[in-house]
Design a protein. Structure first.
Length: 272
């Protein structure tokens, strides 16, 4: 089932992670007074935004399985990449498909896919003032992430419902103390932004105002997409370096030339 939802600024503001907001402004080590003033200005802008903008999300909860390095959602295969070099003492190489029941088991599992964004005007309406534009852009980024946070909470407790009794504080949510993970496209576990083309087709990104560039980047810039896994042992990992052998296998599973995908995983390819 695919759901689309629109939130007011007030509905997602409590989910903003201000730590990352301050990081974007390079406020580490700055006096508390400077941080307080910046936050007050940000909160004033949020109040002004309330009557002008909204945020948007789309999410699907699907029957799912893992099959080798592929994630299968409602019979759609989404190829993934696997670590080729074990990290830590466990001696294992991880792939996101590992967090689903294998297809060979003959039992269906469940997984989610999502995207969240803001009204595009939020990124353009302040261009007459550089400071206000930067503040609006930083808030837009945080609001997109906050939308994903609120959406994921609702999915866990209601729409998927695998954690109906979850009762976490906002601090615990930001520490990701909940069961499961929400790996985002473009992040270490899922660095290939071309996966967005697959998700856009699956979920209908255009219906919530997201368009993709040739590189798979989302516009508005303040957008986030990815997957939702509920396995209690699911965890984030850094894909790390991969070889030409895996690139070729990945391209075969995607059904596209290896050279086309090379540019999307260039930073992960092993240098010879």
């Amino acid at each position: 089932m695919i759901r689309k939802v629109t939130y007011t600024i007030a509905e997602v503001e409590p989910y903003i992670n201000w730590l990352y907001f301050f990081h974007a402004w390079s406020m580490a080590g700055k006096p508390a007074g400077e941080k307080d003033r910046l936050r007050q200005e940000a909160e004033a802008m949020l109040r002004e935004m309330e009557s002008r903008y909204q945020t948007h999300a789309v999410v699907g909860v699907f029957e799912a399985n893992g099959d080798g390095d592929d994630v299968i959602l409602n019979d759609r295969r989404i190829p993934m990449l696997r670590q080729q070099h074990p990290v830590g003492d466990e001696g294992v190489t991880l792939c996101l498909s590992d967090f689903l029941r294998p297809l060979s088991a003959g039992v269906k599992d469940t997984a989610g896919a999502f995207a969240a964004t803001v009204d595009a005007a939020m990124e353009t309406d302040y261009r007459g003032d550089i400071y206000q534009q930067l503040l609006a852009q930083t808030l837009a980024d945080r609001l997109a992430e906050a939308t994903a946070e609120r959406l994921h909470e609702t999915v866990r407790k209601q729409w998927w419902g695998y954690a109906p009794d979850e009762n976490l504080t906002m601090e615990e949510l930001h520490r990701e103390a909940f069961q499961g993970i929400r790996p985002a496209v473009g992040y270490p576990s899922l660095p290939d932004t071309s996966v967005n083309f697959l998700l856009a087709d699956l979920l209908g990104f255009a219906d919530i105002g997201i368009r993709l560039t040739e590189s798979g980047m989302m516009m508005p810039h303040a957008s986030v997409s990815g997957f939702m896994f509920a396995h209690p042992l699911a965890r984030y990992f850094d894909l790390g370096p991969i070889g030409e052998d895996q690139l070729c296998d990945y391209a075969r599973r995607r059904g596209v030339p290896a050279d086309r995908l090379r540019k999307f995983v260039q930073s992960n390819l092993i240098r010879k």
